[in-house]
Design a protein around this ligand. Structure first.
Ligand code: ZN
Ligand code: ZN
Ligand code: ZN
Length: 386
């Protein structure tokens, strides 16, 4: 078994398993005037521009300062070029590199640390364990640097070499990096790191993965923890994005030792197997999840509501009677409702999934979590019950 995320304890549906800050991010060209480049919050027509370029917008003086210090001071002279000519994957590659450099005070430190984490392959072999409890933002670098370092994979880097060479030229000739990257070794490091990040971003960034969604994403980001998850068309975890934070919550009860799985195409309930296969094939991916192997049925809300009586019918109807009231619920009521759904899943999921009513409760859980995470005070209740 390859890399994956496993739970060390029993989890219930609706449990928060982690919050991760995006490691690097970029806003799509069409949305760059409606989101703050530093905190990613939407703030239409109220943003302050960087005084030196027309591309970077910030929601406050503080964000302007933070964003400039972190990465924008380097990219500012070439940001127009970036937006005009580069696919977002490469913009994200540059930001990833700049965020990595920013974590260290000099290129030399950055180089030494990156080489070390690659050689040691921290978190990279199958037996090593990575505990989310001890995970900090800066560990993201080690995670990123070890994600796809596989020498047999060298051919996969080939198509990117010309464009990375060009980006390196711009970065070390036209930006402040000129003063920092002098030695040949460090110049090579810039291009090697960018090649690696491009590969990772291609396979693991949000925005690159969600190409099947109806609306194109407004931004693209790299979340190292998220890139450790494997795919399932029947996921047991979902992510919610708020500003720059990514919340991971469970959708089903998950027994200790089992794998946590996310999904990157519409799930089995939304899209029938033959369509999912086509989509996943375009990503060179053959899915062997239980939904694909057992060909689970798509979700049909009418069928769910009109199911024939079963062992769970009473509990199901009790939940169903409040389904239309979610929008009017106070956060506290919504939380109680979430717990009620979670209990239902605990009792019936393993016996009856994928019965239509059980799929419906799982979808309801997603809806309640979205409501709760949209509420500042309730976000804390969710966090406390982690
Ligand atoms: Zn901001
Ligand atoms: Zn600027
Ligand atoms: Zn599948």
């Amino acid at each position: 078994m390859g890399r994956g995320v496993f739970t060390k304890r029993d989890l219930q549906a609706g449990d928060l398993i982690g919050i991760e800050e995006m490691f690097s991010w970029t806003i799509m060209d069409e949305c760059k005037y409606s989101r703050c480049l530093n905190c990613m919050k939407e703030n239409y027509l109220m943003l302050i521009p960087c005084p030196n370029c027309t591309c970077a917008m910030f929601c406050s003086k503080k964000c302007l300062e933070d964003g400039t210090n972190k990465f924008h001071q380097y990219e500012c002279p070439i940001i127009n070029f970036m937006y005009d000519y580069l696919p977002s994957n490469f913009i994200l590659t540059i930001r990833t590199l700049l965020n990595v450099i920013n974590e260290f005070s000099t290129i030399k430190n950055c180089y030494t640390s990156c080489v070390e984490s690659v050689t040691k392959n921290i978190y990279g072999d199958e037996t090593s364990e990575f505990d989310f409890k001890d995970y900090k933002y800066s560990n993201g670098i080690n995670l990123i640097n070890s994600i796809y370092y596989d020498k047999s994979d060298a051919m996969a880097f080939f198509p990117y070499i010309p464009i990375i060479a060009l980006l390196k030229y711009f970065l070390i000739r036209k930006t402040k990096l000129k003063e920092m990257v002098i030695e040949k070794e460090h110049q090579d490091f810039i291009s090697e790191a960018m090649l690696l990040y491009t590969r990772i971003i291609q396979d693991s960034s949000y925005g690159s993965k969600i190409i099947f969604s109806e609306d194109s994403p407004e931004f693209q980001f790299l979340s190292p923890f998220e890139s450790l998850f494997n795919h399932s068309c029947n996921p047991n975890v979902e992510h919610w994005i708020i500003g720059k934070k990514v919340y991971f919550l469970t959708l089903k009860p998950i027994k200790k030792g089992l794998q946590l799985l996310l999904n990157y195409c519409p799930d089995f309930g939304t899209l029938p197997k033959e369509h999912r296969i086509l989509f996943l094939e375009s990503r060179n991916f053959v899915c062997r999840c239980e939904a694909c192997l057992k060909d689970y049925p798509t979700f049909n809300i009418e069928k769910a509501k009109n199911h024939k009586p079963k062992l769970y019918t009473r509990d199901f109807n009790a939940i169903l009677s409040n389904m239309g009231k979610i929008n009017d619920m106070t956060p506290k009521q919504a939380y109680t409702y979430l717990k009620q759904c979670s209990k239902f899943m605990e009792k019936y999921y393993y016996k009856f999934f994928p019965d239509q009513p059980v799929i419906l409760i799982e979808r309801l859980i997603t809806k309640i979590i979205s409501k709760l995470l949209g509420d500042e005070s309730m976000k804390n209740v969710i966090k406390k019950n982690k």
